[in-house]
Ligand binder design. Structure first.
Ligand code: SF4
Length: 294
């Protein structure tokens, strides 16, 4: 198999067949991210993708899920994507085919392009939206503002391509998380992702965000503030969506369906926060400082 970059995928897709279609991320500038450090962006050759599919088919005649690996394969042109997705589906027509996109990838895609991409075999996208708060998006160099999130997701909604989103808490910094969650919820309520990965940032040595922290430009929030941020976001989101916080960076792990389980999870989080001790704060914070990836 051809793997020249790291395999990065959501936790729910760990049991997929991984096929490298691009390497690295075209943006590669988010201040908190170290996923593709020293890995320049490139597209995989079609013949390498086909050779991997042939090799995989020898071991796995059928698969349920395929994760098309790369930081943002959706950046590829419509025509290139159609060739790649058709090729993958020729080998595994039964599989759900998913990949990552970033909001700026939609700038040169029309609704009709996305319909053609879907028809060629791509089943769903995972988008690292991270936040709907413009101040946060600018501070961490995401490369877009919240109105562009709405514009990109409207194209997906119109084209009928399913999508999941990532919310990365903690980015607003100490004292600002709950207000930032409110702003994000107002944006999320205008889009239609069916699934949200709810996580929170760990400030990793070597990243620009770490430098910001050392220079006093960014102040890390407490673990308690991060949980309050999660609570605020869940309280304000009013679209039907599954929220999954089961990841290494999150201090509380749950998966809930909104709106049906909203009262239940808010109640659980309130109880957790009411009993949150200084020892719990210290233990969670110590654990976070050992993290070496987002
Ligand atoms: S967070 Fe995503 S878009 Fe930003 S640099 Fe990392 S991989 Fe690229």
């Amino acid at each position: 198999m051809h793997f020249s970059g790291p395999i990065v995928r959501p936790q729910t897709d760990a049991d997929s067949l991984f096929i490298e279609v691009t390497v690295g991320c075209t943006h590669n500038s988010c201040r908190f991210c170290n996923f593709y450090e020293g890995v320049p962006f490139r597209m995989a050759k079609l013949e390498d993708i086909e050779s991997d599919l042939k090799e995989a088919k020898g071991y796995l005649p059928t698969v349920r899920k395929i994760w098309a690996n790369g930081g943002n394969p959706f950046v590829m042109s419509t025509e290139k994507q159609i060739r790649v997705w058709e090729l993958i589906k020729r080998y595994y027509p039964e599989a759900r085919l998913s990949t990552y996109a970033i909001i700026t990838d939609f700038r040169n895609k029309t609704v009709d392009d996305i319909r053609r991409i879907k028809a060629s075999g791509l089943d769903d996208l995972v988008i690292g939206i991270e936040s709907g708060d413009d101040e946060v998006l600018e501070a961490v160099d995401k490369g877009y503002k919240s109105d562009e999130i709405i514009e990109a997701c409207r194209k997906l909604d119109e084209a009928g391509l399913d999508y999941r989103m990532i919310y990365l808490g903690g980015l607003a910094g100490a004292g600002k998380l709950e207000a930032s969650a409110k702003k994000s919820a107002a944006i999320i309520n205008q889009i239609h992702p069916y699934y949200m990965y709810l996580t929170t940032v760990s400030v990793l040595p070597g990243t620009p965000l770490y430098r910001d922290m050392m220079e006093g430009k960014f102040k890390e929030a407490t673990e308690k503030e991060r949980i309050k941020e999660m609570r605020e976001l869940i309280a304000d989101v009013n679209i039907p969506i599954t929220v999954n916080s089961e990841n290494a960076a999150s201090s509380v792990n749950f998966t809930v369906d909104l709106p049906t389980e909203k009262p239940l999870i808010l109640n659980e989080l309130d109880k957790f926060l009411a009993n949150f001790s200084d020892d719990a704060e210290k233990a969670m914070s110590r654990r976070r400082h050992y993290m070496r990836s987002v």
